[in-house]
Write a protein that binds this ligand. Structure first.
Ligand code: ARG
Length: 460
């Protein structure tokens, strides 16, 4: 038998391989609830516009609600020979309510149907991602507040550069993820138009009211061009781009955590329940969660690339190529969703080894730049000159295996006669970090204020 939904002109059964390549049900089943919502809005609109009878609409909607229940209770049987979610639902509807089910597809096509389902799905999942980003921001801000004065080395070129606070470092990610959140929020605006009623590509001669069905589904208006409505997938590209940027940002934090928990750094500890062991090396505690977040970024960017390549040069309007948009989209959403949740529990758990961080900053001569600044101010000399003097101070300390705070006035005098005891007293990590009061700077005072500001903004 040919396909029940479109088999009218066919005399032989579809080849099983064609059936296999054609079927999308193994992944588009995820759109079932949105598909039912879309059908209900469509059918109500058809009845309101007197295209079908109110009684028929009621029958169809009751049937759809029954199917919704079957799906939610895991009792619905998806069939590959019915190709996709739309035809699986319509076929089951026919079983439940009989031939009146056939009226549901009046004045629509699977082309506008799938475009609508995906937009509804995007709206829901983008909102979920936004909430998850917010959760992560909250935990980062909380951890920043409890570490507003925890000193650690800040790096450039992965070489110790200047002392910063751990809180400041964490808050930099709060800012970064906030821009990710804003990108998603912004994209919701472009998502706010409904393709339903564009039909196959040309619109329809039935007297439908697209504003009505669009409103019923929560969109602010219908898409203005029927060809655009069924063929555009830029919203998926935009979402995948936003997911890619977010996953790259997550991967940078993940990488820092991987470095920090390594025995070489040993800056932070992760609890046992967040690390994994090795089957051969008994001593290992691996940060697999963070490593996988780091690598998921590759997967997400791969999904974006896949869709770019599927869409490149594809003529309007609908082509079956467009069916290939869903697996990469779902995979990217799932990856980012999980990564955000895992990153949040890692951040909540992470405990800084404060003393080790401070010692690393000291060993790495992290205050050298600040000493140069102090010399400029105290000795009234050009920065270039003080840079040179401090260079010799660092070389002197390194030779004697000391850090800069451990040098005494005699050492300093040996290097430059102009250096006084008052000046040497200013050379302390504590004083230096507290002086970083410039807007956006790392002083504990700033960090405390910023962390509290974020917690307030995030409603904690
Ligand atoms: N499963 C299809 C997709 O995901 C739905 C639209 C099919 N349309 C068609 N004319 N065959 O794109």
């Amino acid at each position: 038998m040919t396909n029940k939904m479109w088999g009218g002109r066919f005399s032989s059964k579809t080849d099983t391989l064609i059936e296999k390549i054609n079927a999308s049900i193994k992944f588009d089943y995820r759109l079932a609830m949105h598909d039912i919502d879309g059908s209900i809005a469509h059918v109500n609109m058809l009845a309101d516009c007197s295209i079908i009878k109110k009684k028929e609409a009621k029958q169809i909607i009751l049937g759809l609600e029954e199917i919704r229940k079957e799906i939610l209770e895991d009792k619905f049987e998806y069939k590959i020979e019915l190709e996709d979610i739309h035809m699986n639902i319509e076929s089951r509807l026919t079983e439940i309510i009989g031939p009146v089910a056939g009226k549901m597809h009046t004045a629509r096509s699977r082309n506008d149907q799938i475009a609508t389902d995906v937009r509804l799905y995007l709206n829901e999942t983008i909102n979920e991602i936004i909430v998850l980003i917010k959760d992560l921001q909250k935990d980062l801000s909380q951890k920043a507040l409890s570490n507003f004065d925890t000193i650690m080395p800040g790096y450039t070129h992965l070489q110790i550069a200047q002392p910063i606070t751990f809180g400041h470092h964490l808050l930099s990610y709060v800012e970064l993820f906030n821009r990710d959140k804003l990108r998603f929020l912004d994209s919701l605006e472009r998502l706010d138009e409904c393709p339903l009623g564009a039909a196959a590509l040309a619109g329809t001669s039935y007297p439908i009211d697209r504003f009505l069905s669009s409103k019923a589904l929560g969109f602010s208006k219908p898409m203005a061009n029927s060809l655009d409505a069924v063929s555009s997938r830029d919203m998926l590209l935009e979402t995948l781009s936003n997911l890619s940027i977010l996953s790259v940002n997550l991967s940078r934090l993940a990488e820092e955590i991987i470095l920090w928990v390594s025995s070489e750094f040993n800056f932070v500890c992760l609890s046992d329940n967040l690390t994994t062991g090795s089957s051969i090396m008994p001593q290992k505690r691996n940060p697999d969660g963070a490593e996988l977040i780091r690598s998921k970024a590759g997967r997400v960017i791969g999904s974006l690339n896949t869709l770019f390549i599927v869409l490149k040069g594809l003529p309007l309007a609908y082509s079956k190529d467009l069916q290939e948009d869903k697996e990469p989209l779902f995979d990217a959403i799932d990856s980012v969703n999980l990564s955000l949740k895992v990153m949040t529990i890692i951040i909540k758990d992470i405990q800084p080894n404060k003393d080790i961080m401070l010692q690393a900053a000291k060993k790495g001569f992290a205050i050298a730049t600040d000493i140069a600044d102090i010399l400029v101010q105290e000795l009234n000399i050009p920065f270039r000159e003080s840079h040179k003097i401090v260079g010799s101070i660092v070389a002197y300390a390194e030779k004697r295996n000391k850090n800069l705070e451990e040098l005494d006035i005699a050492d300093y005098k040996e290097l430059d006669q102009r250096i006084t005891i008052d000046l040497v007293n200013k050379i302390s990590f504590d004083t230096i970090i507290h002086n970083k009061l410039s807007f956006g700077g790392t002083s504990p005072q700033n960090v405390n204020k910023e962390a509290k500001k974020w917690l307030k903004r995030l409603n904690v």
